[in-house]
Design a protein around this ligand. Structure first.
Ligand code: NAD
Length: 500
């Protein structure tokens, strides 16, 4: 933790291979959420910085990155993965300081996953295939071409994890990139830029800092940007879609969630309670995939509730650097205020707090941080705002259901549809729900178990498009068809109405 009064680090845009002064001398402070002290400053962000970044990315694309051999790009991604892995501890410490999350989580989840993202897409590129459709005397083959410069806009909850999730397939497919990390968590993206400076040609990875309404908005609108991969809130996603539409930019939107955890009486209830608590409170409940609605079969409500409360009370809040810490701080004072306004609303809406919801007393130097006890609430009507809106903090509501049909109705009864987790030993039920739940991803007897080859994304207001495995490779490229007639004797030169 930074001592009070120590000088702030200055984080600059990374343009054309070097850290560069921003166009305007306007700065934002970045706080350390665990103690509330500023540790860095970043540019406020401007259209000029974005213009420069996008134009540089266009130049790098045209000067050759788009034509490099796939094997060469895969090797560079592997080099980046190895370099990141070698500096894992430094990146984990930076991520924990910037987000307030436990260092243990950054060490075990964020940074290893960032390494895996780079490595996975190096491998995916090496094994990538495109189809060829043959018929008598005619060959149709598909080629995939890069799009050009693409924008990667990412949130503060899993900063490096999500940036590399987009960066690796974007580079793999031969695009150049302009990244805009969240203004709340610019640290690891800046470290990554320094690391990539040694590996990639100048301009292939550009990074601008700044606010969404300055740098983010200008980036989506920039004429050189051909696609936008955005992860963030649903309202922001709608604005990004409006800005991108007039120029027909390709869009991938990974947005919010209000995900259900469904627990049936036939489940292993101890495992289900552990899974539900992990799903609700990992990263202080600040993961889009968090299971913030816990739906439980009424016949086991009582023992399940007890098991839940006991586990939530056992979660240890504390110094993110302490390996015994389970939960860190929320990202900012503003965000904690927002979460607390939902806690007040929950009381008005008839919610009863089974545990948590207060600000815990913390010792110095943590007293100025953005702490909140994990809260478990029951009694909220299914249609109440607290049970249907994304809170994105350590708050989960508990709702009983009578049978599978009611569980399904409750689970699907919100505007979001990102993921669900179902706890049951009944295989038929698992398949039925897997089919009928309105969610992009359904987990059975687990949560957040990821295989990077699988499609990732939401339905309804949780997003548009899929990333992961070949879906990412498809998003970051344009499929084109080449039709060759090679047997002129047998095949007429034109047969417009006769499909194969
Ligand atoms: P946010 O929407 O406020 O910001 C996300 C990013 O968009 C930031 O970099 C921000 O600066 C930028 N931005 C803001 N306004 C913009 C604009 N008008 N144009 C372009 N860019 C703009 O989200 P957040 O508070 O950083 O993150 C929390 C949200 O992200 C939650 O809703 C969460 O569910 C969602 N999220 C979704 C996923 C997913 O995969 N579906 C993953 C993580 C987080």
């Amino acid at each position: 933790m930074k001592p009070a009064g120590a000088a702030l680090q200055t984080l600059r845009p990374f343009l054309d291979g070097v850290f560069t002064d921003p166009a305007r001398d306007e700065w934002l402070q970045v706080q350390e959420p665990a103690c509330g002290r500023p540790w860095a400053r970043i540019p406020r962000g401007s259209e000029e910085d974005v213009r420069r970044a996008a134009a540089g990315a266009r130049r790098a694309f045209e000067e050759g990155w788009g034509r490099t051999a796939p094997g060469e790009r895969a090797d560079l991604l592997d080099q980046a993965a190895a370099a990141l892995e070698a500096r894992s501890e430094e990146f984990a410490r930076c991520e924990s300081r910037d987000t307030g999350k436990p260092l243990r989580l950054a060490r075990e989840l964020d940074i290893p996953r960032a390494v895996a993202n780079l490595r996975f897409f190096a491998g995916a590129l090496r094994h990538d295939e495109t189809p060829c459709h043959e018929s008598a005397g005619v060959l149709n083959y598909t080629s995939r071409r890069p799009l050009g410069p693409v924008a990667l806009i990412t949130p503060w909850n899993l900063p490096l994890y999500l940036l590399t999730w987009k960066l690796a397939p974007a580079l793999a497919m031969g695009n150049t990139v302009v990244a805009k990390p969240s203004e709340w968590t610019p640290g690891t993206a800046t470290l990554l830029a320094g690391l990539l400076a040694e590996i990639l040609p100048p301009g292939v990875f550009q990074m601008v800092h700044g606010l969404g309404e300055t740098a983010g908005r200008a980036l989506v609108r920039d004429p050189d940007i051909r696609a936008v991969s955005f992860t963030g809130g649903t309202a922001t996603g709608a604005e990004v879609a409006r800005s991108a539409a007039p120029a027909f930019k390709k869009l991938s939107l990974e947005l919010g969630g209000k995900n259900p955890t469904l627990v049936f009486a036939d489940a292993d209830l101890e495992e289900a309670a552990a899974g539900a608590v992990r799903a609700a409170f990992t990263n202080q409940g600040q993961i889009c995939l968090c299971g913030s609605r816990i739906l439980v079969e009424a016949s086991v409500l009582k023992p399940f509730r007890e098991a839940l409360v006991e586990r939530v009370r056992a979660l240890r809040l504390g110094d993110p650097a302490d390996p015994a810490t389970d939960l860190g701080a929320l990202i900012s004072a503003e965000h904690r205020d927002r979460v607390e306004s939902y806690l007040a609303l929950a009381r008005e809406e008839g919610g009863r707090f089974l545990t948590g919801g207060g600000r815990p007393p913390m010792p110095e130097p943590l007293a100025g941080g953005y702490w909140l006890e994990p809260a478990l609430v029951e009694g909220l009507p299914a249609a109440s705002r607290c049970a249907t809106e994304e809170i994105f903090g350590p708050v989960a509501s508990l709702h009983p259901f009578r049978d599978e049909a009611e569980a399904l109705r409750l689970a699907n009864g919100v505007r979001y549809g990102l993921c669900a987790s179902v706890w049951t030993r009944d295989l038929d039920r698992a398949h039925r729900l897997g089919h009928d739940l309105e969610a992009g991803m359904v987990w059975v007897n687990t949560w957040l178990l990821r295989d990077l080859r699988t499609p990732f994304g939401g339905v309804k207001d949780s997003g548009l498009g899929r990333e992961g495995g070949r879906w990412s490779l498809e998003f970051f490229s344009e499929a084109r068809n080449l039709c060759i007639r090679y047997c002129a004797g047998d095949v007429p030169a034109a047969q417009p109405s006769r499909p194969t």
